[in-house]
Design a protein around this ligand. Sequence first.
Ligand code: NI
Length: 176
Amino acid sequence: MIRPILRMGDPRLLERAQPVAAFDTPELHALVADMRDTMAARAGAGLAAPQIGVGLRVVIFGVHANPRYPDAEEVPDTVLVNPVLEPVDDEMVEGWEGCLSVPGMRGLVPRYRRLRYRGYDERGAPLDRTVADFHARVVQHEVDHLDGILYPRRIRDLTRFGFIDALFPGQDLGED
Ligand code: NI
């Protein structure tokens, strides 16, 4: 079921989400199904449970030739529950991000370039990956949502934050 996405300004997006206590439950499967439907309907690269008003540490992401991110490498479809992030080193890179909770806008956001992340899928199977670049960026963006952080708070230079059509005139990057 497609669920409404909360937008920046809603206090529920600022809360710290709670860990999932039980895996492979009907409730968790239903949540993930709704998140998949909602992300697909908006052609997003990722979605965190708090964005649909559920305060649990669940994110999904995946990128396959997404018109919102024309230069992005592919990222496998992933369900990540109770994630733990660990930067591999200190290198940071800036990249443009958008968010379904901040529609119509993009900002240049610094993120760790290389990242190890661990967690579980919705059945409780462990996940342990070391990734870089866009994959690492997407994970950091989504996991920030679980700590109540939206990407505009990460922008260092607010002159690099604006509306998509004003920042990138003539490029069809979608409306979200
Ligand atoms: Ni987001």
